[in-house]
Design a protein around this ligand. Sequence first.
Ligand code: PMV
Length: 367
Amino acid sequence: MAAINMDYTNSRLVIETTKIEPGSVSWRSPSNIALIKYWGKHGRQLPQNPSFSFTLDQAFSETTLEYTTKTGADQGIALEFLFEGKENDAFREKVKKYLESITDIFPFLRQFNLKIRSSNSFPHSAGIASSASGMSALALCLCSLEYELFGTLEDDLAFRKKASYVARLGSGSACRSIYAKAAIWGDNPEVEAASDLYAIPYWEEIDPVFHSFHDDILIVNKSEKKVSSRAGHGLMEGNVYAEDRYRQARQRFRQLIGALKKGDLETFGRITEGEALTLHAMMMASPTPYLLLHPNTINIIQRLQDYRATSGQPIYFTLDAGPNPHILYPDSIAREAQQFIRGELSEFCVDWIEDQVGEGPLQLEEN
Ligand code: PMV
């Protein structure tokens, strides 16, 4: 397999003067939806199986990282954190811990007073995971700061590879948000350039029908998950089906790649829906069993499958680690699909976001 044993530890990335002007860097970064799920990890946030995702467009985070050089000798991470304009201690602690854990990669972080301002395009507690968009936006800011201070990472691919690597350490799925349209994360025999350490872009190889795919997120429940993804990954360790699941994921990954290349929507849909249900089956079968589905999740799935059977339209669902279905369909049937969603599914949701495959992160003008 082609994965390079790469290590971004770099003790030379320290500044030698405190005369650096205060500054800031800002990125907008989208969420992504996995079609082959990453569920189960080992080591320093390494996946048990390869995953594939579409990069979203409308669901994104915007993050600004402000920095001023420290004057005292304090060697810790000095961080202020504002979420949607308000101080947020829980997020601050989480991000501080994360920044501390990557000072081997960015030792200069100890030399600045840092202020992070972050917000999401979707309402907080909408039941949409924001770790992929939030962590990828932060990782991109960190790489931009490295570039501003040291002139490194000039090459766009090298920049993105490092941003993906760093995002992965914050939240595994975040490493896939770095690229336009679609991404792969995890060693596999089908895609030689893929790696467990970072995601790679993967859209030129796939049929154009997927380049403009829709992904409408139907929100059936806005409350926070009872079991976090972190705990969920942990529970895979004691799951008696774990090894079979990883084997199945690798096999489905291979089949999905074939379907993506051929534009085979039927196989795409079968695998995608299988993955969504298996993810939740793993939760139900874990040593401490739990259920994140809502009765309306099932109502939506059943209506969708009935509609597909009678209309013959290629419309499918997937699920994240929560109750809110994502409805997937090609742009060519957008009018009929949206009519169906409004007419037959909206009664089961409190809200929905019309999203689709997007162009990836965007560096924002400094403000
Ligand atoms: O990135 P994490 O640790 O929040 O895990 C995400 C796991 C899933 O969203 C359920 C699947 C995936 O591959 O994104």
